[in-house]
Design a binder for this molecule. Sequence first.
Ligand code: ATP
Ligand code: MG
Length: 219
Amino acid sequence: MNIDVRNFTRRFADRVVVDIASLHIASGSIVGLSGDNGSGKTTLLRALAGLDENYQGEVLYDGRPYSKRLAGSIVYVHQQPVMLRRTVYANLEYPLKLQSLDPAVSRAKIEAMLDRFELRSFQDQRATRLSGGETQKLALARALLRKPKVILLDEPTASLDGRAVDDVLDILLDYQRAEGATIILVSHGEKDIRRVARRIITLDRGSIASDIEIASQRL
Ligand SMILES: Nc1ncnc2c1ncn2[C@@H]1O[C@H](COP(=O)(O)OP(=O)(O)OP(=O)(O)O)[C@@H](O)[C@H]1O
Ligand SMILES: [Mg+2]
């Protein structure tokens, strides 16, 4: 799905926090979004996700404004994901319940995801007791089970160790290739961004300070 932002301004109590005249994100691309603390990354992502509509300007998905029909296609993975106070398995079951799948199909999808993220041994553990890194992996697994067309990731690798970062970035790349999803990845780690994104946008106090195309190291 193509994303277009036009004449976008978000204020909090009269203070302009994000101000973007024009931004186009091509369908099927992976874009890195960086910038200092408070530069507006989360604010922008929340608006793109349809979680915040108190902005001026336009956000368009394939040329049309956000509406409920897009709710299942656009997922936002929070900086500090919130899990249901139930098992890891139940947290993964939740998005699939909305798709009314055959129970056996549903179980197979969940088990494949548990294996992919190396969370199988935690499946019966209460999700709210996972470590920070395990929680981030579970949040991403839960998001992917919804088969999104747009994935907005707010620092998905912040609590992960080196190997887990590699695993998670590989899973994302595979998903993007298989489904042609559009992915925006917020990260303070330039190295992580460069591994998956061909384009890096940097925000500085709410404005686009740089927008560069890079040759991916992996392709
Ligand atoms: N609900 C709110 N009310 C008032 N100010 C807010 C609100 N949300 C964000 N801000 C302010 O907007 C600015 C941008 O915040 P935002 O969370 O988008 O930054 P960020 O780039 O995601 O930072 P970080 O790297 O720390 O996550 C900050 O100065 C923040 O204090
Ligand atoms: Mg943030």
